[in-house]
Design a protein around this ligand. Structure first.
Ligand code: ATP
Ligand code: MG
Length: 243
């Protein structure tokens, strides 16, 4: 009997494989003090997709993002990561697989290299000087190993923050207004970097932004949230035109 073809080598005339679901959000809610700040959200994000989240201040964008890596606990619903319920994944592992970058870079006092080494060290892995250097090249900060983080500009700090997240080789990158504290030129550079990371590593990206032109530039699809609820989800231009 002939052995079956390896699953990853499709015959040339076969239809394209269905897009893999990277993040499957199922009825996700969070109730705080009797109020639903995230209200029964369900959606799927394809592996490798860039999804933007927009909505008014207080809509629950950050709260929703924080449920996606279980920094906050859903009061109902769950998330499947590559088909697996994330409650079955140890939080420490989950937060490596689903990395988060915030508006203001959150770095430890000390050198850039020490910051990059921290995440891998948590699982007993010591980054080699070449690996640190490669991460810094990845975010366009070659030679920054020994810089003290207190001397970095906002844009540089945000790059280090990204590199630190990338050191964990995440499959999903959550970004909460990563450019809103930066000037236009620096924002654009960070945007390009996020897109390059998405392209090169295939990481799924979910990015909260107040910057509508930014959503249009980087995300084919956008989720519009209001009062914790999913109001619209579709092609970015359509969603932004309607809201
Ligand atoms: N830990 C908490 N305890 C109580 N209420 C909270 C908590 N975190 C968020 N909220 C409330 O939940 C709602 C959503 O907040 P969230 O920060 O998620 O909004 P957002 O869309 O990210 O807003 P912004 O655009 O200003 O960042 C707000 O009414 C906020 O006050
Ligand atoms: Mg927010």
């Amino acid at each position: 009997m002939p052995s079956p073809a390896p699953a990853d080598i499709a015959p040339p005339d076969s239809p394209p494989a269905a897009t893999a679901v990277g993040v499957d959000v199922r009825g996700l809610s969070r109730r705080v003090d009797g109020r639903l700040i995230v209200d029964d959200i369900s959606l799927t994000v394809a592996q490798g997709e860039v999804l933007a989240i927009v909505g008014p201040s207080g809509a629950g964008k950050s709260s929703f993002l924080r449920l996606l890596n279980r920094i906050d606990e859903p009061t109902s619903g769950t998330v499947l990561l590559q088909g697996r319920d994330y409650r079955q994944i140890a939080p420490r592992i989950l937060r490596r697989r689903v990395g988060m970058v915030l508006q203001t870079a959150w770095l430890f006092p000390g050198t850039v290299a020490a910051n990059l080494r921290f995440g891998p060290a948590q699982i007993g892995r010591s980054l080699s000087p070449d690996e640190v250097s490669a991460l810094l090249h990845r975010v366009d900060l070659p030679g920054y190993e020994e810089r003290d983080v207190s001397t970095l500009s906002g844009g540089e700090a945000q790059r280090v923050s990204l590199a630190r997240t990338l050191a964990n080789e995440p499959e999903v990158l959550l970004l909460d207004e990563p450019t809103s504290a930066l000037d236009e030129e620096t924002s654009r550079a960070i945007e390009q970097l996020v897109l390059a990371i998405n392209r090169d590593s295939g990481a799924t990206c979910v990015i909260v932004t107040h910057n509508r032109p930014q959503a249009l530039r980087i995300a084919p699809r956008t989720l519009y949230l209001e009062a914790g609820r999913l109001v619209a989800l579709g092609p970015t231009k359509d969603v932004l035109d309607a809201h």
